[in-house]
Design a protein around this ligand. Structure first.
Ligand code: FHN
Length: 597
């Protein structure tokens, strides 16, 4: 289901051409004037953390997604109530006199995060509503001066984080501000009119200075919605202030002014192949709203949350999982239940998540995900995070040539038999795991992982050829949507930029036995590329395919190519251009070989 937030929120999803090797981190290095080694040292805790808590808590919790008794949200997000209801500034601000979160217990929040296996917390210090959850001299519109609660909410949280060894990050809405004159996005109340320069100099800069000075070491600064009031000059000043005040701070990619920041920030979305060579974090709601909504009871299951965490970690990213406390300062019970259940899973399986790295497989196993950990003795532990155990009672790690040292199931005493089988490792599961879900098998092998990234038959005999597994010559490359923004379904991972008609894509296929397959290609192309043609060279045959528009580069359709014969053992499939119309013949999201009936 496509969900689109209003344009100011809709950040362009970037089509990022990815070279086969990792992306150079040079923009991030240049921005912080640091070497790769210095950056690695600064990012180390984040890359090991893998899991954090996002807290969206503000005056909007008082409304809980309702205004004048009516549900008032934008795209199910309750923290967008004021713009959804075009609520006048004075009427919205009047809520503050009733905001008194007497149940707020930051120590309990931090303990809940820690028990869930989370290593850091990012809390909204000021969201688009302009209300500060901290004492600020820049505006009386804050929790200390404007509410009967009269206490800074950030200070006790910072102290609790220090007590429990949890890193603290701040979310700050630097552009959108529907309260202060000149703030971005305020268009419905004359009180919002003002000079953006005065808003930035009078509110944003002073408040950033306060939150970066008054609460100790801050580990993350989570800006949101670039553009608008933040032009290059203002972004430059903000960047300078932040990096001088907190030199080791991690800054996300949403300041604006062309700053790449340290981390990509897909939102309610997991990029198919992550962001190879980049640090990234997927932030997710547990229901459909970031801020508390009285009527949103559509919670993701714990199983879904665990699998998102595993999927993200397997691609080298972090999950920043959101809670939206209510007007009393309570995290909703369904959120706490899920945090506790994820924590129970992490109690057994955290070693497959914390301080792991992507294992680098080019194809995702059909039964789950992989992470890896390099060991001090030179061996590597490959974690097979099994979502659903194959009926066969065996998992096959295709394309792993390293000699097996040992294998064990986390949290289970059953013996796990693992053995090399040619270019793969076969793992026989103990009876106790045969029909289980969401468990981890740790396979230790000699040396650093050596993967062949060839395409192998899955349990149904079908062979999928993914963009990541392709070897492309110049003029064709892998690209995925670098989605930094809202919950929208970006283009599939694919091979694109096929501007050179001489460019080819090649896959290596390995099968145990010879066989006949029907070949389909998942392609997308606009009208102007209609009339292009490809050739598929495989099993000694050349299969042509004339292309008709699918309505767009990323509007993919499965196109039948024909029947092919594959020999036993290793073979290659090459795709080349026969006719190129327009800029490129098509984008290619992958191929599939299905055993012929
Ligand atoms: O508009 C905000 C939204 O309220 C929420 O804070 C999310 C969290 O990443 N960020 C913006 C939408 O992209």
């Amino acid at each position: 289901m496509k969900r689109f937030l209003p344009l100011p929120v809709m950040l362009a999803s970037l089509l990022v051409p990815l070279a086969a090797s990792a992306e150079p981190a040079s923009p991030a290095l240049a921005e912080r004037k640091e070497t790769a080694a210095q950056r690695d040292a600064r990012m180390a805790w984040f890359r090991d953390a893998r899991f954090g808590m996002f807290i969206h808590w503000g005056l909007y919790a008082q409304a809980g997604g309702f205004w004048n008794g009516k549900p008032t949200k934008t795209n199910r997000c309750a923290e967008w109530l004021q713009i959804a209801g075009k609520v006048p500034v004075a009427d919205y601000a009047a809520m503050a006199k009733d905001f008194n979160p007497v149940k707020y217990d930051p120590d309990a929040w931090v303990r809940a995060a820690k028990a869930a296996g989370m290593k850091y917390i990012v809390i909204t210090t000021k969201h688009h509503e302009g209300f500060a959850m901290f004492k600020t001299a820049a505006s009386p519109f804050n929790i200390v001066d404007a509410t009967p609660y009269k206490k800074d909410a950030i200070k006790p949280l910072a102290e609790a984080c220090r007590r429990h060894g949890i890193k603290l990050g701040f979310y700050y809405s630097q552009n959108l501000d529907w309260h202060h004159p000149g703030g971005g996005g305020g268009t419905w109340d004359p009180a919002q009119k003002g000079d953006p320069a005065k808003y930035v100099d009078g509110v944003v800069i002073p408040q950033l200075r306060e939150i970066l000075s008054n609460y100790g070491d801050i580990s993350v600064l989570w800006f949101d919605i670039p553009g608008g009031a933040i032009n290059q000059e203002r972004a430059d000043r903000i960047w300078k202030l932040v990096t001088e005040k907190q030199p080791k701070i991690i800054i996300n990619n949403r300041l604006g002014g062309g700053y790449h920041g340290d981390i990509e920030t897909p939102e309610n979305f997991i990029p198919p192949a992550g962001f190879p060579g980049k640090d990234w974090e997927s932030c997710m709601t547990m229901n459909h709203t970031w801020g508390f909504a009285k009527d949103d009871h559509d919670w993701k299951s714990t199983r879904t949350l665990i699998r998102h965490l595993a999927d993200i970690a397997s691609k080298g990213g972090n999950l920043l999982l959101n809670v939206g406390p209510n007007e009393k300062g309570e995290i909703p019970a369904p959120s706490l239940e899920r945090l506790a259940e994820v924590g129970a899973w992490m109690k057994v399986n955290a070693e497959a998540v914390h301080a792991t790295r992507s294992a680098g497989f080019a194809a995702l196993p059909e039964w789950g995900r992989y992470t890896q950990r390099r060991n001090a003795d030179g061996s590597t532990t490959l974690y097979a995070i099994v979502f659903d155990a194959p009926k066969s009672g065996e998992i096959i790690v295709h394309g792993l040539a390293n000699p097996v040292v040992s294998a064990r199931a986390l949290g289970s005493s059953g013996a796990v038999a693992a053995a090399n089988d040619g270019a793969s490792v076969r793992v026989k599961l103990p009876e106790s795991l045969k029909d289980k879900q969401d468990f981890v098998v740790a396979i230790t092998v000699k040396g650093d992982l050596r993967l062949d990234n060839a395409a192998y038959p899955d349990s149904s005999g079908a062979i999928r050829l993914t963009p990541r597994q392709a070897r492309c010559t110049k003029g064709l490359k892998e690209e995925i949507a670098g989605a930094s923004g809202v919950d929208h379904s970006p283009p599939e991972q694919h091979l694109g930029f096929w501007t050179d008609a001489a460019a080819t894509a090649t896959w290596t296929i390995k099968t145990k036995s010879a066989g006949e397959y029907t070949l389909t290609a998942r392609l997308g192309l606009p009208d102007k590329s209609s009339g292009s043609a490809l050739e598929f060279v495989v099993g000694g045959a050349v299969l042509p395919l004339e292309l008709e528009s699918t309505g767009g580069w990323n509007n993919y359709k499965d196109m039948p190519v024909g029947t092919v014969k594959l020999p036993a053992g290793e073979s290659e499939l090459v795709v080349r251009v026969k006719t190129k119309k327009g800029d490129a013949p098509c984008n290619m999201a992958g191929l599939k070989l299905t055993p012929a009936k």
